[in-house]
Design a protein around this ligand. Structure first.
Ligand code: GLV
Ligand code: MN
Ligand code: MN
Length: 417
């Protein structure tokens, strides 16, 4: 048995499963899902649990100024750039137990399997928890991986506010205060490679009856915050011609965009997931409406064209209100390097786990790491492709298979020059 195979064999299915169940208690929802917002008390509790699991393994914990948590398995050559693996612990408001969590726990399981197999990597291997991937409480998301890779500055991400006006910066200060025993590491450092394990969040693997997906790339994504400003007025006394109704204008924009952002083969993804109306009172003509736009396409040219339609439609339908379109995310589609895909494929082959190649329609922190180091992703099936939903489900066997492939790939990467 080669070292990567021995490490994969030491992955413990029951331990990995019970850790998913344990983390799901932090922010558990009545319908069996999770609501664990970024940098909330629930997310801090999940981080604390990670530290408790990491300590007996001798993993060295550190936070960076963006709140990313690193749990380092030391390497024989500690000065070599580490291999990183992980994902996120924050969830959507009606999120599940696996989106993000699996990637973090699979990386931890790989480290624990290495310890159990007596495998000491040449390079350090960091299990990483990226801050605010989901962008639910603080939009845009991917705060941690964007700050780590220099896509946005620490100042930029720190200024982002939640609905209550609390900033990422003040929550990061609260994080440091809550974990005084965890040292702070500088933001950003050279990385040898990054591998992220994740549930597929789509139906392809389950439909094909395959446990492993080798991710070819991530589709492009643009997001916007559209602010429609009108004027509050009395619902009983103000005639139609005198109204500047922000909700009515927002509704017209949303309706026009759902009609315009379509294609014959149903490839483009367009979502208005949030609408905030002010003052949100039955007898006041709305003075302000803020809506979110999430736009995705696997190809750059159509994505740009639909983005142009978004801004043009908002401008055209603004009157009698004022409309401001603020772009939040502009991430082009990307393809992971064939070398990383081949590494994952070879590991699956050696472990006799059947697989297929597939693209990721969902976004991941791997998108940002892709621009600074060789990056790849491993998918496992989830039930009916359901995700961003409390009903999200995966099987212990599939999660363990994904963790085995991940462990073998990390062992291989951590041995290389
Ligand atoms: C990630 O959660 C995404 O929305 O793609
Ligand atoms: Mn995720
Ligand atoms: Mn998600």
């Amino acid at each position: 048995m080669t070292a990567p195979e021995a490490v994969a064999a030491a992955v413990d299915e029951q331990r990995l499963w019970s850790r998913h169940e344990a983390l799901a208690r932090f922010g558990a929802t009545p319908r069996g899902g999770c609501n664990r917002q970024a940098l909330s008390d629930e997310e801090f509790a999940a981080r604390r649990q990670m530290l408790e699991w990491a300590a007996p393994l001798g993993l060295e914990a550190a936070h960076d100024p963006a709140g990313n948590l690193f749990l380092r398995l030391p390497g024989r050559e500690p000065r070599l750039p580490p291999v990183l693996s992980g994902s996120h612990l924050d969830t959507q408001p009606t999120g599940g137990k696996y989106d993000g969590i699996f990637g973090v726990l699979a990386a931890l399981e790989a480290a624990e399997a290495m310890r159990a197999a007596g495998f000491v990597p040449r390079r350090p291997i960091d299990t990483v928890v990226w801050t605010n991937e989901e962008g639910s409480r603080f939009a845009p998301g991917m705060t941690g991986s964007e700050a780590f890779t220099g896509m946005r500055t620490l100042e930029q991400v720190s200024a982002v506010q939640d609905a209550a006006g609390i900033t990422v910066g003040s929550e990061l200060a609260r994080l440091r205060a809550a974990f005084p025993e965890v040292p702070t590491r500088p933001l950003g450092f050279p990385v040898a490679a990054f591998v992220e394990a994740h549930i597929e969040q789509g139906p392809a693997l389950e439909a094909a009856g395959l446990p492993i997906g080798i991710v070819t790339g991530i589709q492009g994504k643009k997001t916007y915050r559209v602010r429609v400003v009108g004027e509050e007025a009395h619902a009983g006394t103000t005639p139609r011609h005198a109204r500047r109704d922000a909700l009515r204008t927002a509704a017209a924009i949303i309706d026009a965009l759902y009609a315009a952002v379509v294609d014959a083969d149903d490839t483009v993804r367009f979502t208005v997931g949030r609408l905030v109306v002010l003052p949100n009172a039955p007898s006041v003509v709305p003075g302000e409406a803020v809506l979110s736009i999430d736009l995705r396409h696997p190809e750059a040219a159509p994505l740009d064209e639909f983005g142009r339609i978004v801004t043009e439609t908002c401008r055209r339908l603004a009157s009698p209100c004022e409309v401001a379109v603020e772009p939040l995310i502009d991430a082009p589609p990307l393809a992971f390097p064939e070398e990383m895909r081949a590494l994952i494929r070879n590991a699956a082959d050696r472990l006799r786990l059947p697989y297929m190649d597939l693209p990721s329609p969902a976004g991941h922190d791997a998108r940002n790491l892709h621009y600074v180091c060789p990056t790849g992703m491993v998918f496992v099936p989830c039930a009916k492709g359901i995700s961003h939903n409390e009903a999200e489900a995966a099987t212990p066997t599939d999660l363990a298979a994904g963790a085995r492939v991940l462990a073998a790939v990390l062992a291989e990467l951590a041995t290389r020059d």
